[in-house]
Design a protein around this ligand. Structure first.
Ligand code: NAD
Length: 247
């Protein structure tokens, strides 16, 4: 295979839809072997029907034993893109203990488990790129109604920097991506709960300095770069791609 990710093996979580799906397609186009992981087997099947080269695995990334089995099955990988995530909407007084635990489990603990499972293979190879999906709603900025989400995405930044510091001399890079608002299926779900979803969408767009939402493919392009050897000199960084939202 030729391309920027030729001869690399990548695992991408949350690959059934949105940014993870766009990344899976972009990684294959760039020459990588791709394992697309998601808890939704139906969206994975649709993805594979579009791009048969993609290998799919149904897995909940909060399931530590399932992750360990996946790592045994796949073997060493060059790239781990932890993209699966979940948005809890609301402020602190809307957040139950269960909401908090779910946000931290899906958005941060899953990255701890996935990285712990795949890092040893990278250490053995003396090379690897770990990409963690954060958000500008994290340590970068706060917005109303994203208490548990922003907290968990800030944890992703700390996790990323910690792993980067521990493995910087072992050929392993670990970076975070911090998107602004991206037009993905789950954004549609979040807009659908408004009385007037069309007006809500227009308000979302009006808040964007560029006057538009981001596209999953625009975030996937950054992930391809971070996965590639062209990004050899960046680690422990939060790569913001937000159309100016956090300016
Ligand atoms: P999305 O929310 O539409 O889809 C997320 C995917 O992750 C789904 O396929 C879902 O099934 C999967 N998933 C969720 N929980 C899972 C679990 N426990 N185990 C396995 N798979 C699971 O996609 P999106 O909006 O593109 O978001 C992708 C990532 O980007 C998330 O981490 C999200 O927080 C982050 N992000 C999104 C935006 C945005 O505006 N869309 C902005 C910043 C960051």
């Amino acid at each position: 295979m030729s391309g920027r990710l030729a001869d690399k093996v990548s695992v991408i979580t949350g690959a059934g839809q949105g940014i993870g799906r766009a990344a899976a397609l972009a990684f294959v186009s760039a020459g990588s072997t791709v394992w697309a992981v998601d808890r939704n087997s139906e969206t994975l099947a649709v993805l594979q029907s579009k791009q048969p080269a993609i290998k799919i695995k149904t897995l909940d990334v909060t399931d530590g034993q399932g992750i360990a089995r996946l790592a045994d099955e796949i073997g060493p990988v060059d790239v781990l893109f932890n993209c699966a995530g979940y948005v809890h909407a609301g402020g602190i007084l809307d957040c139950t203990e269960a909401d908090w635990d779910q946000a931290m489990n899906v958005n941060a603990r899953s990255m701890f488990l996935m990285t712990k499972a795949f890092l040893p293979g990278m250490v053995d190879n003396g090379a690897g790129s770990i990409i963690n999906m954060s958000s500008v709603v994290s340590s970068v900025m706060g917005i109303p109604g994203r208490f548990a989400y922003g907290t968990s995405k800030a944890a992703v930044v700390g996790l990323t920097k910690s792993i980067a510091a521990d493995y910087v001399d072992k050929g392993i890079r670990c970076n975070a991506i911090a998107p602004g608002t991206v037009d993905s299926p789950s954004l549609g779900d979040r807009l659908a709960v408004f009385d007037d979803p069309v007006a809500a969408r227009a308000e979302f767009v009006a808040r964007q300095p560029m006057g538009r939402l981001g596209l999953p493919e625009e975030i996937a392009a950054l992930a391809v770069y971070l996965a590639s050897d062209e990004a050899a000199y960046t680690t422990g960084s939060v790569h913001v791609v937000d159309g100016g939202m956090s300016l």
